[in-house]
Write a protein that binds this ligand. Sequence first.
Ligand SMILES: [Zn+2]
Length: 203
Amino acid sequence: MSKIGVVVAGRTISEIHQAVVASRKELFMPESGRLTNLEWLLENRVQLILGVQLDIVDDRDSSVAGVHAAYNYAEKVVRIRESVMRKIRIDEPEARFTVCHEIGHICLHSNPDFFRQVLPNHLPKKICDPEWQADFFAVDFQVDRELLKQYDDPIKAAHYFQVPIWEMQLYFAQLKAQGVLASGAMTQADKCYEAAIQEGFEF
Ligand SMILES: [Zn+2]
């Protein structure tokens, strides 16, 4: 969910990765492999272990106006459009990304005290932007980094891990920018990095 003008405590990609590792452990997910059956994970692990209520709402419901899903920190409720849940059942990448983005908010931003408003024309720095944090979490949560090393093409990796292509390309670029990817292991990451810079993305 877009929250322009809201800042949170800054987090680096390695801090977000640590949060992903901790969340996967807390949710009793396997340490390696591809993430499957997100609906089951939401119903049986996110609800029961994280104590966040799952509310599947009609697409016309005002609580999801203009967004695919939304996490309400105060109520501890994640609301997801009915159409998104239908797409989750067929592993549609955008829908999977949406749900994992909301899990990111749940795991990273459960403390409302972290939030404060800033002036509308004063956007938060990338690492302090809760939307960037949840986006990075969403890809990292679905990816097995050991398996990812076998891929030098983000498009093939996106298909395998069922992540939207653009999000996987940006993920490659960010790992490359941080020196997380071994040079030569993923040569395509350089191109992604340059493309992301041209798109105006700041690292
Ligand atoms: Zn969001």
